[in-house]
Design a protein around this ligand. Structure first.
Ligand code: HQG
Length: 184
């Protein structure tokens, strides 16, 4: 299999587990888990051929560690990024003082007004480091990195979670907790 085919199957897995399991008639449980064998059968019926070995390789090699297999290897879920309504059942955690949010300059005016909201996803996504935030923001246009005063928010009672791939999640960030770069 070429790298490109591998990437395509990884993206399709992401689509199914995060956004549209119904596209192949799959149902996820309340925490977002799918049965691996059922996924393989249903994806196969839709012309996408996976094996258990391939799925293990996709999970292992994924650049952002987007997926997780259960300990017994029989179930799989996406670590974060869902638009469908599932409960990752993550434990709230105390965040570091600052977390970074990568966005694009053309969203700036709106974010200044209302803060960050989750848009089509289940959470606002925050990065531990600036470089990652730059990459996330570049997906939308000219990147803009916002500093979120996470520990201060936490002290005010807002919950934070860390997905299994290290992405930090929260429900929303009000404008008063956002520090802007000098030319933002
Ligand atoms: C913006 C990727 C205007 C927000 C990444 C972002 C991440 C607002 C966009 C994960 C706004 C939503 C998530 C407001 C937020 N007004 N714009 N009030 N509030 N926005 O893709 O954070 O590759 O849903 O700044 O690495 O970019 O898919 O979220 O620019 O971890 O695995 O609305 O997705 O991972 O965009 O990315 P997204 P995101 P994957």
């Amino acid at each position: 299999m070429t790298d490109q085919q591998h990437k395509k199957l990884s993206k399709f897995l992401s689509l199914i587990l995060r956004h549209d399991p119904q596209a192949i008639g799959l149902t996820l449980d309340a925490q977002g888990w799918a049965d691996v064998d059922e996924f393989i059968a249903k994806a196969g019926a839709h012309g996408r051929l996976y094996s258990r070995t391939l799925i293990a390789a996709i999970v292992r090699d994924n650049d952002k560690q987007r997926f997780k297999l259960s300990d017994d290897g029989r179930r799989i879920r996406a670590n974060q990024g869902h638009s469908i309504d599932i409960d990752l059942a993550l434990q709230p955690l105390e965040p570091p003082p600052t977390l970074y949010h990568g966005t694009a300059t053309h969203f700036a005016a709106s974010i200044r007004k209302t803060g960050l909201d989750k848009r089509s996803r289940q959470h606002v996504h925050l990065s531990l480091d600036r470089d990652t935030a730059v990459k996330v923001g570049s997906r939308h246009g000219a990147p803009l990195v916002l500093h979120v005063r996470a520990a201060e928010m936490h002290a005010c009672g807002f919950a934070f979670y860390r997905a299994d791939n290290g992405v930090w999640l929260t429900d929303a960030v009000a404008p008063e907790f956002i520090d802007w770069p000098a030319q933002g």
